[in-house]
Write a protein that binds this ligand. Structure first.
Ligand SMILES: *[C@@H]1O[C@H](CO)[C@@H](O)[C@H](O)[C@H]1NC(C)=O
Ligand SMILES: *[C@@H]1O[C@H](CO)[C@@H](O)[C@H](O)[C@H]1NC(C)=O
Ligand SMILES: *[C@@H]1O[C@H](CO)[C@@H](O)[C@H](O)[C@H]1NC(C)=O
Ligand SMILES: *[C@@H]1O[C@H](CO)[C@@H](O)[C@H](O)[C@H]1NC(C)=O
Length: 356
């Protein structure tokens, strides 16, 4: 009995220390307060910055804490075309609205070659090159991230820099990005509760060379309009295991897409993926396009109108292979050309078919 109570208490304490119920709540070790052109950063009651530079106040607060400690940015302001850097073990809460500018090739907030960085809350506006930019992270945690942008790419993991492992995201809500909402490269071990993308220029979620992933929801509304991008796109060997095979290791519970460009797009030697359910309507390009992908299983769902559901292949890569699609398709066509190796369609609905 005593042991049971103790373990419950331990569990409750662990939960309480892991995530604060509200942005800035509890006792963050450092805070940034102020407004307009007057900002103050304090650490444990002592002043570490006073002045007009919002970015400098935030960076001073971050630089004043040590690993395991937390900064809460209570103030809203603009950092301009600059970069805030988060080093290992630090917890960053953006409780005010952080407006950002466009610094070529750089993130408004970056964390590179770090472990155990957490951003439990963030609200960002503006037109960044990259809103958040990462590489070489281990055990990175993003919580409730809301970005209402007027352009730019919201969250980017770099292609040509060090790989990442154990990346966790809760709710990523992006409106107005000119490019992608979330673009990953080189992650082994990724969990996401949801990516919600609205009025986004390119992809909602774009996974590349990422494996051992579980995403509960990708929800796109008017994403990738007029382009070949998609609400959910897998590309560049996504889901290929380290040994080269495509044994299932990417699990997507649900993809919802309305309007925009494509709904679900798998390309360039990606696969190893199981999508539990799709709900796609009125996509301006293919509702689903699977091109040179291997082991793709769409377990259930419906497509209502919009562009054709298509299995395809280009000659530059081995043919599409091991595809299982169980789907209701109404108001649009289904086409398999060229024939995939080992495709298995289970179709209902009124959509015209031309499959192998
Ligand atoms: C990963 O970070 C979380 C906090 O986000 C922490 O609770 C956990 O202990 C870390 N795990 C490892 C393996 O370091
Ligand atoms: C998003 O930002 C735009 C300005 O860029 C603003 O007009 C709009 O009201 C904002 N939307 C929300 C929901 O905050
Ligand atoms: C996403 O963020 C916008 C503000 O940019 C907000 O209006 C909207 O309600 C949010 N959506 C969800 C599902 O949280
Ligand atoms: C084809 O799909 C049906 C329905 O999902 C499934 O029962 C069957 O096992 C699949 N066949 C192959 C060879 O994968």
């Amino acid at each position: 009995m005593a042991q049971f109570t103790l373990s419950l208490l331990t569990a409750a304490l662990a939960l309480a220390s892991a995530v604060q119920a509200q942005c800035g709540s509890g006792s963050p070790q450092a805070t940034v307060t102020g407004s307009g052109n007057s900002f103050t950063a304090t650490k444990g009651g002592s002043n570490v910055y006073s002045g007009s530079d919002y970015r400098a106040a935030i960076q001073a607060a971050l630089d004043s804490i040590s690993s395991g400690q937390r900064v809460a940015v209570m103030a809203s302001g603009s950092i301009g075309a600059n970069t805030i850097t988060i080093s290992s073990g630090k917890i960053f809460e953006g409780c005010g609205t952080i407006n950002v500018g466009n610094k070529a090739g750089r993130g408004a907030i970056e964390s590179t070659n770090t472990n155990d960085v957490q951003i439990p809350y963030l609200t960002m506006t503006g037109n960044p090159y990259f809103g958040l930019r990462f590489s070489g992270t281990k055990n990175l945690s993003l919580g409730k991230i809301t970005m209402n942008l007027s352009g730019g790419l919201a969250i980017r993991f770099d292609r040509d820099l060090a790989a990442n492992s154990n990346v966790n995201m809760d709710v990523i809500n992006v409106t107005g990005a000119g490019s992608h909402a979330v673009e990953t490269w080189n992650i082994d071990g990724l969990t996401i509760n949801s990516v919600i993308a609205k009025d986004v220029g390119e992809c909602g979620l774009l996974l590349q060379n990422t494996r051992n992933a579980h995403v509960k929801l990708v929800d796109g509304n008017n994403v990738a309009a007029g382009t070949g991008y998609a609400t959910f796109r897998m590309a560049n060997n996504n889901g290929q295991n380290a040994n080269g095979d495509y044994k299932t290791n990417v699990y997507i519970d649900k993809v919802v897409s309305r309007g925009g460009g494509r709904g679900v797009f798998c390309v360039s030697q990606s696969g190893g993926v199981e999508i539990g359910n799709v709900d796609l309507a009125n996509n301006g390009n293919n509702a689903i396009l699977i091109e040179n992908c291997y082991n793709v299983n769409i377990k259930s769902g419906k497509v209502n109108g919009g562009g054709e559901v298509r299995i395809s292949a280009r000659t530059e890569f081995p043919n599409t292979k091991d595809i299982n699609i169980n789907l209701q398709v109404d108001g649009t066509t289904v086409r398999e050309s060229p024939c995939a190796d080992n495709s298995n369609w289970t179709l209902t609905g009124n959509g015209q078919r031309n499959i192998c």
